[in-house]
Write a protein that binds this ligand. Structure first.
Ligand SMILES: NC(=O)c1ccc[n+]([C@@H]2O[C@H](COP(=O)([O-])OP(=O)(O)OC[C@H]3O[C@@H](n4cnc5c(N)ncnc54)[C@H](OP(=O)(O)O)[C@@H]3O)[C@@H](O)[C@H]2O)c1
Length: 445
């Protein structure tokens, strides 16, 4: 591993000469262990501590299959899916690995008593499998997390429709929170040259998801002038959705839960910001009943900010807690796009507001290869910027995941894997200089 790292660190502008270096038979990665999947049984979700379940372990390097690539991971990032894996909710991810393992001789490799997690990476290709021609050892890359088999007809229009669609590092093994990662070659995309390893690693999953959900014709297909309600607007998904709304001529209405978070949305350029904590919205009266008066108060506040306009598109992901309000505040004929249910996946809403006003709900999940590529292109062109706030060492991934679990973070939380320090890997400093302020906007806030 030392030789690989030295070759990568030798120059930020020359192509790393890694092709002849032997691949180590083991590597360090962040795992959850199957024999611990019941460790939090009976505990409330908020009390489950990822620091107890995420381990830095030595694991065997997987055999490289056809169409795959082995990547030296310089940096990765924490996504909420790693929080879900680490607290074994809503289900243990070992079920995903077992199911995937039954598919073929090759996928059997994934069904192990440990799960190397992580769905983002920036690094260097070390080796490619049979049949890969687009990528070569030494390529600086980022990886998106869509794993598809594409043996069925269904996936050949929109790859997210593939019946064997999985999220790499969540529903498959050998993820990005590690020194090495195994990906399908069609997960790879060029690393934006003006970013450090940790900056390049952090947008992948959330930026692609936000792109499909808000911009793509498979999602809300946002147009200029659309008023977009963005929940968690300074969080992982929201910090990219806010930038996309602004860059695409939309009018974001950002919802956050603290003055700091409100300030960061304003600094991105958002004019309309609602601090849900300060304004004390309580959409649920008790466990079973919502309070339509609170939906009305929220809708009134939105109209105050927008000069009387209602929401064209809701960017939903909190789920149970907010969904009733989201349906209510959407304009006649508007859209609610949802990709998650952080606060609970059994949603309740008053359907009269949906059908009588001809609103639509669109389910959205990650992004196809084309959408992920377009989203990465926006980063590469400096139209959208990474929202990295803090970086942890690989050994401290448990703490990084705890920050996200406790909602005490801003934007994205990065993890250094092989990279010995922050700030490395920038091969186009002139381009970087143009965007320096925007790249650092979320830093240490
Ligand atoms: N389907 C997919 O492809 C996909 C992709 C990415 C993420 N996800 C899911 O989407 C969810 C969010 O991911 P993320 O990366 O954006 O997480 P994140 O970084 O934690 O951001 C989520 C934000 O949502 C807000 N929020 C949390 N609970 C809320 C509640 N009860 N009511 C209102 N707002 C709430 C918080 O902002 P404030 O406290 O400031 O309001 C928080 O910053 C997770 O469940 C994740 O698993 C799904």
């Amino acid at each position: 591993m030392k030789d690989i790292l030295e070759a990568i660190l030798a120059s930020d502008t020359e192509r790393p000469d890694v092709a002849g270096i032997p691949i180590p038979s083991t590597y360090q990665g962040i795992t959850v262990r199957k024999d611990e999947e019941n460790m939090f049984e009976g505990m409330a979700s908020r009390d489950k501590d990822p620091r107890q379940s995420l381990h830095l372990d030595d694991v065997a390097t997987p055999e490289l299959g056809p169409g795959e690539a082995l990547v030296a991971v310089m940096a990765s990032a924490v996504n909420y899916n790693t929080v879900w894996t680490s607290i074994f909710e809503p289900v243990s991810t070992f079920g995903f690995l077992a199911r995937y393992g039954k598919l073929s001789e090759l996928t059997k490799r994934h069904d192990l008593p440990y799960h190397v997690v992580g769905s983002d990476l920036a690094g260097v290709v070390l080796k490619v499998g049979v049949g890969v021609s687009k990528w070569k050892p030494g390529d600086r890359v980022v990886a998106h997390c869509l794993s598809v088999e594409l043996e069925d007809a269904m996936g050949h229009d929109d790859t997210m429709m593939d019946p064997q669609q999985r999220i790499w590092g969540f529903e498959t093994n050998f993820g990005g929170l590690a020194e090495l990662a195994l990906v399908k070659a069609n997960q790879l995309m060029p690393k934006p040259d003006h970013l450090s390893w940790e900056e390049a690693a952090c947008p992948g999953l959330v930026n692609s998801t936000a792109y499909r959900q808000l911009v793509s014709h498979n999602g809300a297909n946002m147009k200029q002038g659309d008023v977009v309600l963005i929940w968690g607007a300074s969080g992982g998904l929201g910090s990219y959705a806010t930038q996309m709304a602004l860059a695409g001529g939309g009018i974001p209405v950002c919802v956050v839960s603290s003055p700091d978070k409100a300030e960061i949305c304003r600094s991105l350029g958002a004019e309309h910001v609602i601090d849900r904590a300060a304004e004390g919205y309580k959409f649920w009266k008790d466990e079973h009943n919502q309070d339509p008066k609170e939906w009305q108060r929220f809708g009134k506040r939105i109209r105050e900010l927008t000069g009387g306009e209602d929401i064209d598109i809701v960017f939903e992901h909190p789920g149970r807690e907010t969904f009733g309000a989201s349906i209510y505040v959407t304009r006649r004929g508007g859209l609610i796009t949802t990709c998650a249910s952080t606060s609970g996946y059994i949603h309740q809403y008053d359907n009269r507001y949906l059908w009588m006003s001809l609103k639509r709900i669109i389910g959205s999940h990650f992004a196809n290869y084309r959408e992920a590529w377009e989203a990465n292109r926006l980063i590469e062109k400096g139209i959208i910027h990474p929202t990295l706030s803090k970086t942890y060492a690989l050994a401290d991934t448990g703490q990084a995941a705890l920050d996200v679990h406790k909602n005490s973070h801003q934007g994205k939380v990065g993890v250094l894997c092989l990279a010995p320090s922050e700030g490395l890997g920038v091969s186009n400093p002139e381009k970087r200089a143009k965007f320096e302020t925007a790249i650092n906007r979320f830093r240490n806030v």
